[in-house]
Design a binder for this molecule. Structure first.
Ligand code: AMP
Length: 453
């Protein structure tokens, strides 16, 4: 019997419809303690299934009839907060009337403040914005009995230490606190010591990420890196790859160079407008973009299923970041490829990383592209209407396959936002789909449509 069997029928159903046949190690090890109300420290990297571990715990322990914020989930970035909330909503899909809200920075605080007049059962957010909402008296904490610090190491890296402590200082003392972290630097230990009570501790680092990832390394001078990368992408990375660079400037340069070679590539970094960042992530998820060139911070919230390949254009500064980066591939039992381009000046550091993580390295020679540059399989169409007009994926699918007569196989992922949605369409059917969407109606109305990629 797995730990899933102890969950409520509604949660068991959600787990089944998510296709989770068995709990992951972090779920199997942490859920008994979480359900019993203990504080917990879980060393678990991204991809280990940690979100469902705490999500199932929170949802099982929630008192739905009580309309008050009972659980607070702190995340390092807006993207991760959105994803956590999305995952929680999915798990709560069979439970009636669970409200889960996200509050993060970078957008106006007024509407967030107003929405808190109707409190959510679970609030997910970034520490800075939650602190502001608490200070304004908008976010009420007196009923909070559960706290989750997700990716605690990254939150501290990003300078959220003070904000986290300020939020925690305002929480009721009688609560359950869960801390998830991929690594265990001293600062994380210090926060754990001051905020958790007699925590149980589990360590799932070794059970994850190592066996399923093949780690490749190529020695390349700065001048060789781009062609070595292009060659690898042509030969190995069939659909999607994330390429990490150490600085924003490098991100822009490498993305630009890949574009001029003909790759469906784009940059993702913190200087970009939020809307552009969102759109880039959507296109990558929809496979209209095949290469995402990213900085560490910007890629935090990235959760693309079946990401087959992660590339370090620059070797990261330390061994933990290496694990964070390559942990984005080979999630939940898939296999993945990791490639690092090692400049001569990075050789020593790379050996340190290999030793620290006991990686079995496969060294390759820097090549040059000999095959044609692969095109993206899909294109992404934006429709200027969304959830606020009650548009659902089914409406868009219906419009495309019904009136427009496209085969369902030509339509990929559909992402619905508040005022926009995006649909992936197979390259070959793109023109037909566009004309049909321009001419026809969706949910009874004409909509503005435009290609994003
Ligand atoms: P996380 O570590 O929370 O970012 O989760 C990584 C991925 O694993 C997500 O795409 C989850 O949907 C998936 N996942 C979580 N739990 C399970 C499970 N028990 N079986 C299979 N996949 C899972």
């Amino acid at each position: 019997m797995t730990i899933f069997a102890t969950l409520s029928p509604a949660l068991q159903q959600a787990v089944a419809s998510a296709g989770y046949a068995e709990p992951t190690p972090v779920q199997q090890q942490s859920l008994p303690d979480i359900l019993a109300g203990h504080d917990l420290i879980a060393l678990a990297p991204t991809g280990s299934g940690k979100t469902a571990a705490f999500g199932l715990g929170l949802l099982q322990r929630l008192q739905i009839e009580r309309i008050a914020t009972q659980a607070l989930v702190l995340c390092p970035t807006r993207e991760l907060a959105d994803q956590v909330a999305k995952a929680l909503r999915k798990l709560a899909a069979q439970m009636a009337n669970v409200k889960i809200s996200v509050y993060t920075g970078g957008v106006a605080i007024g509407p967030q403040q107003a929405s808190l007049a109707h409190p959510a059962h679970i609030v997910v957010g970034t520490p800075g914005r939650l602190q502001e909402l608490i200070d304004l008296g908008a976010l009420k904490l007196d009923a909070v009995g559960m706290l989750v610090l997700d990716e605690a190491d990254r939150m501290l890296d990003m300078g959220f230490g003070e904000a986290i402590l300020a939020v925690i200082a305002r929480l009721p003392k009688n609560r359950q606190s869960l801390m998830f972290s991929a690594t265990w630097p001293d600062e994380v230990g210090a926060v754990a010591a001051s905020c958790l009570r007699d925590p149980r501790r589990i360590d799932c680092r070794n059970e994850q990420s190592k066996p399923q990832i093949e780690h490749y390394f190529i020695e390349a001078t700065e001048a060789q890196k781009l062609s070595a990368l292009a060659a690898w992408l042509c030969e190995r990375a069939s659909s999607s790859a994330v390429v990490f660079c150490n600085t924003r400037k490098r991100v822009d340069e490498v993305a630009g160079e890949l574009q001029s070679l003909g790759f469906a590539a784009a940059a993702l970094h913190g200087d970009m407008e939020q809307r552009d960042r969102d759109e880039t992530l959507v296109c990558f998820g929809q496979r209209s973009l095949s290469v995402l060139v990213a900085s560490d911070v910007a890629a935090r919230g990235l959760d693309v299923k079946e990401l087959p390949c992660v590339i370090n254009f620059d070797v990261p500064g330390d061994a933990d970041s290496y694990l964070h980066r390559v942990g984005r591939t080979a999630r939940a039992g898939e296999t993945g490829l990791a490639l690092s381009l090692v400049a001569p000046s990075d050789a020593q550091r790379t050996l340190g990383i290999i030793e620290r993580h006991q990686i079995k390295p496969r060294w390759l020679k820097a090549g040059r592209p000999t095959q044609p540059i692969p095109r993206a399989a899909m294109r992404s169409l934006r429709i200027d209407a969304g959830r606020t007009e009650k548009l659902r994926p089914g409406d868009i699918l219906g419009a495309l396959t019904g009136e427009a007569g496209l085969p369902a196989t030509a339509i990929g992922k559909i992402d619905v936002f508040a005022t926009r949605c995006y649909v992936a369409i197979g390259e070959r059917e793109a023109d037909r789909a566009f004309k049909a969407m321009q001419a026809g109606k969706i949910k009874g109305k004409k909509r503005r449509v435009a290609w994003v990629r």
